[in-house]
Design a protein around this ligand. Structure first.
Ligand SMILES: *Cc1c(COP(=O)(O)O)cnc(C)c1O
Length: 404
């Protein structure tokens, strides 16, 4: 410890590539849904590491799994398998539609595997003409060049040279627009079963069922990107369970590791068999340390107590936000599901989500944005009621400071 130099936020700009613009506070410690910065100031965490810290900070079951595995075995590579990976895969298979699991290290990598598998499946079964991938405007699927191009925000994929081809975008919740571009050339439709980054937008039930039907009509695979919605976030282990629509491939990450980097792609046996030996891989994917932590997350999250608790907390959050709105009239919509909620700013505050986020930080609570007009809340699934109340008091103060 003695050789650790003191560092501060200004040092960040000196030594880091400028692709991020982090908050001026540097948190150094966290317990549950509270964090402390370098100066010892306390913050309530409604951001949850962008929907990652599903059990808050330093949850005892996760710390225990990490230290236990950390004293046993960290890494092997996929030249060898390991016990935590097999156990975690078994649990995921038992709890979902899937028969098979591929492990990665992030959401982007889980989606990358899903897209490559879909393309390989279509090539093997139908031929090279079946290569079209369709996704939705404003969608977010990660930052590898394939996933960012499939994502529906061209600003993120422009400026890097030629993009992967045969990718189309249509508007979310517009079934006829999707029907118009689909054909027997369609290989896969990739969709978030609730758009997160795009503004916390739920799918209409008719729409999402229609997407499934269109995929069936055209022999196309339905890929659910549940990187943000998955692992209890919306009140079921995966969001697809509540929609009554089952995908062919599902990508999971974020909450899956509770803060330890891991991603997973889940699919059926018939589709999985197209990812033959050597077709895809990762040095770290399925790493024993990551899988041991994710297994502990699974054991806590996949219980009625936690999943039902998410629904209760959703009501609490929505009530608090409605109360704030009745005092200050800053939101035109409060929406989302479970612990993935959005408050869209009313017209008088258009484009000012960042100001609300900064004011919240000053008032001692972390929140997120989902685009320039939506404040997003993705706290721990087990955030205590008194932290919700205290955090909302602070958030109300932030709102008051902007309304002036
Ligand atoms: C965060 C996110 C990703 C990307 O995950 P990374 O771990 O950052 O690669 C992909 N899809 C969705 C829906 C996400 O929310």
């Amino acid at each position: 410890m003695s050789n650790q130099a003191a560092v501060n936020r200004a040092d960040f700009d000196q030594v880091m590539v400028p692709n991020y613009s982090p908050s001026k506070v540097i948190p150094v410690r966290g317990v549950g849904s509270r964090l402390w910065d370098q100066e010892g100031r306390e913050f309530i965490d409604f951001a949850g590491g962008i929907a990652v810290n599903c059990l808050g900070h330093c949850h005892p079951a996760l710390v225990n799994a990490l230290t236990e595995q950390g004293n046993k075995l960290w890494h092997l590579s996929n030249v060898y398998t390991n016990e935590p990976a097999i156990r975690l895969a078994q649990k995921l298979v038992d709890a979902t539609f899937a028969d098979k699991v591929y492990f990665a290290n992030s959401g982007a990598e889980a989606n990358e595997a899903a897209l490559k598998l879909a393309r390989r499946w279509a090539l093997d079964k139908f031929g090279a003409h079946k290569d079209q991938i369709i996704s939705f405007t404003k969608s977010f699927h990660g930052r590898t060049f394939f996933t960012v191009t499939v994502g529906g925000q061209p600003a993120y994929s422009d400026g890097f040279g030629p993009k992967p081809g045969a990718i189309e975008h249509v508007a979310y919740n517009d079934l006829s627009a999707l029907a118009a571009v689909m054909s027997d050339k369609t290989c896969a439709v990739m969709i978030e079963p609730l758009q997160g980054e795009g503004g916390v937008i739920s799918p209409d039930v008719e729409f999402i069922k229609g997407v499934r039907d269109l995929c069936d009509q055209h022999n196309a695979l339905l890929v659910f990107d549940e990187v943000q919605t998955g692992f209890g976030r919306t009140g079921s282990l995966y969001a697809y369970e509540q929609l009554g629509v089952t995908p062919d491939i599902l990508a999971s990450a974020k909450s899956l590791g509770g803060g330890f980097p891991i991603g997973a792609m889940l699919t059926t046996a018939a589709i999985a068999e197209h990812l033959k030996v050597g077709t895809h891989g990762s040095t770290y994917g399925g790493n024993p340390l990551a899988c041991a932590v994710a297994e502990a997350v699974f054991d806590v999250v996949n219980t009625p107590a936690v999943l039902d608790g998410v629904k209760q907390r959703e009501q609490l959050f929505k009530q608090h936000l409605a109360d704030i709105n009745s005092n200050y009239s800053v939101f035109k919509d409060i929406r989302g599901q479970g612990m993935l909620l959005g408050a869209e700013l009313s017209d008088a505050y258009t484009g000012r989500a960042r100001d609300f986020l900064n004011a919240a930080t000053d008032a001692g609570v972390f929140v997120l944005m989902a685009g320039p007009n939506v404040i997003r809340f993705t706290p721990s699934l087990v955030i205590p009621e008194q932290d919700i109340a205290e955090g909302m008091q602070r958030f109300a103060k932030a709102v008051a400071s902007l309304v002036g």
